[in-house]
Every structure is written in C-alpha cells, then in structure tokens.
Write a protein that binds this ligand. Structure first.
Ligand code: TPP
Ligand code: MG
Length: 455
C-alpha cells in the first residue's frame, strides 16, 4: 500500500514537471494556471499514463457494500440532475370525463361515487359561505380548498376510519367524509362554546378524536414526523391500519419532510404521504421551491415507493390511495403520492393572489380543470346522477350550512379562563401569572378585547 502510494506520488510529480515544461498541453493557448482545472489536459494525461504503466488485473465487477452489490465502472459519469422525461401523471378520467382506455383503476361502487360527488359539492358550498362570512367580519379567518376537492374527498373515500389522518390545513374534506357535521365546522370557525377545542384554535384548525383526525397544526411540515411516529406505533401494535398525512409543495421544503421520509423508510412505517402540489406556497411558486421534477422523485432518494397522480381526477386519487393503503399496511412500507393540482382560491383570507399570479391562470384551472364538474359528468354519464338531484343537493346543502352558521353565531364564546385548561392537571405557576396578566390587561384596555368573551 505504502509502495503504491509512493509510486503514484512519483508519477504525479513527474507529470506535473512535464506539465510545467508545457509538454503535455494539448493547446498552446491554454494558460498554465488552468492546471488545477478539472478539464485540464494534465489530468487526462495522468489517466492515460497511469493506465499504460499499470494495467489493472483486478477483475472484480462489484463492491460488496451495505445495501447490496455496487457495480464498478471505469467511466467517470455524474448522475444527471434531471431525467430526460418527467415522471408521468396517473389519471383515469380524461378532461371530457371519459374513462381512458386500457387504464387500471380501483372500481368504485355507485354509492361511493355519489357520496364522493355530494361531499365535493358540500365542500365547495361550505367554502363559499364561510369565505363570505369572513368577508362580512363574522369570523376572523378562513381558507378555502377550491380546486382541491378531489384530493380531499376521494383520498378520504379510499381510507377507513381506523387510518389516522394527520392533516395540514387544506383537507377539511377528509373530516367531512368521516362525518364531522356542518354544525361542528361552523362552531369551530366561530370559536364558540360548542367547539370541541373550546375556541382555542384559529378557524379551520379542526381536530376530532372521534373521527381519528389529528388537530391541524399550521406550522408547515411539523405534522409529517408526527404521522411517521404514529404509523410506527400502529405497526408495533399490529393494527390493520395506517397513518395518512397531507402537506403542500411548500411543506416539502421543510426539514421535517426529509426527516419524516427517511425515518419512515428506515423504520418501515405504514404511512401514506399525500403531497398536494398546488403550484403555490402563498406567493412562492414551485419554481422558487425546488429544481427537482416535483416531489415524486424524492421518494426514490429515500427508498420510498411513490406515484404522481392527477389530483383533479377523483377516480385516479381514489384508486391510487386505495392501492397505497393496501401496500402500506400489508408490506409495512411508506408510500409517497404527489397529487398535481392548483390552488384556485387565494392562500387565505389574508391574501390577494391576483397580486402575484395572472388571473387567466386562475380562471383556466377554475373552469377547464375543475375536479367537481369532471367527476359530476362521469357519474351523470353512468346514470347515477341527473340535473334534478343536482338542484336538490345544492339547495339542501346551502340551507344546512346557512342554518349552521346562524346557529354557531348565537352560541356563547368560551370564557377566558378556558384558555389555560385541559393541558395540565394543576396549572403551573407561569400559566397562573399569564392568566392574571391577561385579566389585568383586559381590564385596562377593554376597548381592545371582544365584549362577548366572558372573563
Ligand atoms: C414553519 C412555518 N413556516 C412558515 C409558515 C407560514 N406559512 C403559512 S402557509 C405557508 C405556505 C405553505 O404552502 P404549501 O405547503 O404549498 O401549502 P398550501 O397553502 O399551498 O396548501 C407558509 C409559508 C408557517 N405557517 N410555518
Ligand atoms: Mg402549495
């Protein structure tokens, strides 16, 4: 070994001498300073000379290395930063709501298909009414799911209630599918006494133990490692269920995303990662978010099976999530689904997206690629739905939501003291101090605090 090293040092030394004399330069115009450049001729000459003087007799083709045999190659080739072709996007229904020939998809019964459609419509109407309620100053904040109804509802339809959902914030449809009532949605957004979380969360931060739906945390990406941990414990307990976590394209830039994928792969946790790649993270486009072919390609880097799906095709989402669930549970493995879609609404009621993206772009997605219309046409063409049922559904749901909103508005707000309950059995001294400080501040500045919140 020492001998080899001495020999090679000798060669390098001799070659660099030749290089300084200008004997090995292929181009006389090449400056001597470029000798350190990767492409410089000295480097090439070094390889040729070494090959001539020391012909390898080592015939080994592979290196035995943890993870399997690694083939050797004499060819110096860097892996390209991108594949020649983008990863294709799985879809079942074409833009005209026709089934694509030769496609494979999980069959859906007429009952499930009709429920998928009615829940997508309900979500749309709920978004419209709650959004307007915020604009009228009746609730403090709201965030719509417009354009992403199929990801919400069709993925939920493919799961069972035993699967733990760990959401971001743009997936209320999963909760709707699981039976969270319109009244419960309204009570949460109005932060009233009937809200399961006693008004302590911002609107849209839903959560329900009964529906196996972890409370929304808007700290982007933080839900992903939680889902992996939960999935791992479900595997340890031998449950016939998995964890399912949702996140956005923006969330994929968080460290938590990478930690979660790696941890899930190594621990073989039955977790489904559903990324809603909707093109925007508030005003940040995906071109400022990553240079990879979206999110789906990250799966392979971590050893996670992955698929790209048309997020505006309810049938494709339903089929892909069902297959993912089956693999996650029976094979104990994580699955990554990248659903391509578009955030048709503003990020939230605190945003005006026309300031940073063309209105034509929004309108194209709203009209030409609306997932609800696309699925609705398909169930109509099967004879499972018609114009009459459509009218009846829309008017019934609208009335139900308006009633829920009116009712929620009349329910009292929880008392200020509830802010500090339900975490500790006995309130620690720092929280007692905060409680007192809050009361003193409200007394000093009553005009800055809502009158309808009892002390
Ligand atoms: C850790 C963290 N950083 C920043 C924010 C501010 N923030 C709220 S939503 C959001 C964009 C998230 O975009 P994406 O994950 O694509 O989800 P989308 O809103 O598009 O559904 C950001 C940056 C946050 N809530 N948490
Ligand atoms: Mg996004």
């Amino acid at each position: 070994m020492a001998l080899c090293f001495a020999k090679s040092r000798n060669i390098v030394h001799r070659i660099s001498k030749l290089g300084t004399l200008g004997l090995l330069r292929s181009s006389p115009s090449l400056p001597a300073s470029s000798a350190r450049d990767f492409k410089n001729p000295i480097h090439g000459a070094l390889c040729i000379c070494s090959a001539r003087r020391f012909q390898s007799t080592d015939t080994k083709q592979f290196l035995d290395f943890p993870g399997g045999k690694v083939p050797f190659t004499p060819e110096m080739r860097f892996i390209s930063e991108s594949a020649e072709e983008r990863i294709p996007c799985y879809r079942v229904l074409d833009d005209n709501s026709q089934l694509i020939m030769h496609g494979n998809f999980g069959q859906v019964s007429p009952e499930v298909a009709v429920k998928i459609y009615t829940d997508m419509v309900t979500l749309q109407i709920m978004d419209k009414i709650f959004y307007e309620a915020q604009r009228q100053g009746r609730i403090s904040f709201y965030l719509t799911t417009i354009g992403e109804e199929a990801i919400n509802i069709a993925s939920a339809a493919a799961l069972t209630i035993d699967d733990l959902v760990v959401p971001q914030y743009r997936e209320p449809g999963v909760l709707l599918w699981r039976g969270f009532s319109l009244q419960e949605f309204a009570d949460q957004c109005f932060s009233n006494k009937s809200d399961g979380c006693k008004g302590r969360q911002m609107p849209i931060h839903y959560g329900s133990r009964e529906h196996n739906y972890f409370t929304v945390a808007s700290t982007i990406g933080s839900q992903l490692p939680h889902a992996v941990g939960a999935a791992y414990s479900m595997k340890m307990d031998g449950k016939d269920a998995c964890a399912v976590t949702y996140f956005g394209d923006g969330g994929s830039s968080e460290g938590d995303f990478h930690a979660a994928l790696n941890f899930a792969a190594v621990m073989e946790a039955p977790v489904i990662f559903i990324c809603r790649n909707n093109g925007w993270a508030i005003s940040t486009p995906t071109s400022d978010q990553f240079r990879s072919d979206g999110i789906v390609v990250r799966g392979r880097a971590y050893g996670v099976r992955s698929i790209r799906v048309d997020g505006n095709d309810a049938l494709a989402m339903y089929g892909a999530v069902r297959a993912a669930r089956e693999m996650a549970i029976s094979e104990h493995r994580p699955i990554l689904i990248e659903a391509l879609t578009y955030r048709v609404g503003h990020h939230s009621t605190s945003d005006d997206s026309t300031k940073y993206r063309p209105i034509d772009e929004i309108e194209w997605w709203r009209k030409a690629r609306d997932p609800v219309t696309r699925f609705g046409k398909w169930i109509q063409s099967n004879g499972w739905w018609n114009g009459e049922t459509e009218l009846e559904l829309r008017s019934r749901v609208r009335n139900q939501i308006l009633n829920a909103v009116q009712k929620a508005e009349k329910v009292d707000k929880p008392s200020v003291s509830e802010l500090f309950t339900d975490v500790y059995d006995v309130l620690p001294s720092n929280l007692c101090e905060q409680d007192e400080l809050l009361r003193r501040t409200i007394k000093r500045h009553p005009q800055d605090y809502p009158k309808d919140v009892p002390l």
